[in-house]
Design a protein around this ligand. Structure first.
Ligand SMILES: [Zn+2]
Length: 331
């Protein structure tokens, strides 16, 4: 899944040549870690040296977005109005052209690049899945992703995407405004369960609550399909304990760290001792997630924020690489 040969032989596109410089020098937050731990990076440029110091081959980040440019433009426009939606500004830190964004995550150390897409209305998921197949075919290190919407057609296009080689799905309950336990999705869940393909699911009620967000609908789906490989985005924020219950109860349920403890919505210092204790016990179930590129801070904040939980270098190794590599099927 290494695209370096490809990248080396390609001449830079005009779009890349005119792009803003990658924000390598952005200073992250100065989180404290115990002396017993490897000093975390302060800047994105320091991330690869930190990963090497931990003895890891790279980062296995399960939650990265690449979208058709017209869809991404709409997402960015939405975050430009974040003050109306979230009550605070959300300046996209990696608002660059596609090649620059791909190279940024490669330089950070991602060995495989998720391209999570999600529909906000019916009739859109099949088209996104076609785009995902093409995007993965064009880049050797991009993971072939898929998505779905609660619509009858999901019974056809989900198995079709799996047959075409999709390895990772994304479902966004708040943006999609549908319930994951809607019976129209049962054939899709069955196909995903049989294929053992992981599904990153944004089901928690933060940053924005939705009609169908919260743990109950996910619990209902798992009762019907207990082997589903759900990766709960944002650790289930803010329903942390309810979603941690699921990660403890179900062998194939994981939590992704996206935006957790990064200092924006959630800071290491705010994590309760009881939950921190649960995270230590869930060392094999927590997977690095970032939400790159749509984050209002440098990528390094996600890593240094997790380190500041003070759970030790072994915990960091599991979260930054081992768990994600296992779920994504990396070597
Ligand atoms: Zn996301």
């Amino acid at each position: 899944m290494d695209d370096s040969d490809d990248a080396a032989t390609q001449t830079p596109s005009p779009a890349r040549a005119t792009a803003n410089p990658a924000p390598e020098t952005t200073i992250g937050r100065d989180f404290e870690v115990p002396d017993t731990m490897t000093t975390p990076p302060r800047t994105d440029a320091e991330v690869p040296a930190y990963v090497r110091a931990l003895g890891l081959p790279g980062l296995a980040d399960v939650h990265v977005h690449f979208l058709p440019q017209n869809v991404l433009d709409k997402v960015w426009e939405y975050f430009d109005n974040a003050a109306d939606n979230y009550g605070r500004d959300w300046p996209i830190n990696y608002r660059f052209d596609e090649d620059t964004r791909l190279n940024t995550v490669r330089e950070l150390g991602l060995r495989a690049v998720p391209a999570l897409t999600y529909p906000h209305k019916p009739g859109m998921a099949a088209w996104l899945n076609e785009w995902n197949a093409e995007f993965a075919a064009a880049h050797a290190d991009v993971i072939h992703c898929g998505t779905l919407y609660a619509e009858p057609e999901a019974a056809d296009y989900v198995p079709k995407a799996l047959a075409a080689g999709a390895k990772l799905f994304k479902v966004h309950v708040q943006v999609g405004v549908f319930s994951p336990d809607d019976e129209v999705l049962d054939p899709a869940w069955k196909a995903l369960e049989e294929a053992r393909v992981p599904i990153v699911i944004h089901a928690g009620s933060a940053p924005l609550p939705g009609t169908y967000t919260g743990p109950q609908a996910v619990i209902n789906v798992l009762e019907r399909f207990p082997k589903l490989k759900f990766v709960i985005a944002h650790m289930g924020m803010p329903e942390y304990d309810e979603f941690a219950d699921l990660a403890e109860k179900y062998e194939n349920v994981y939590l992704d760290t996206t935006m957790f403890a990064s200092g924006y919505f959630s800071s290491p210092a705010e994590v309760t001792p009881a939950y921190r204790e649960r995270l230590a016990g869930l060392e094999d179930k927590v997977i690095l997630g970032s939400d790159f590129p749509n984050i209002p801070y440098p990528y390094v904040d996600q890593i240094s924020g997790l380190a500041a939980l003070g759970l030790g270098d072994d915990w960091m190794r599991s979260v930054l690489w081992t768990n994600g590599a296992r779920v994504l099927g990396l070597d």
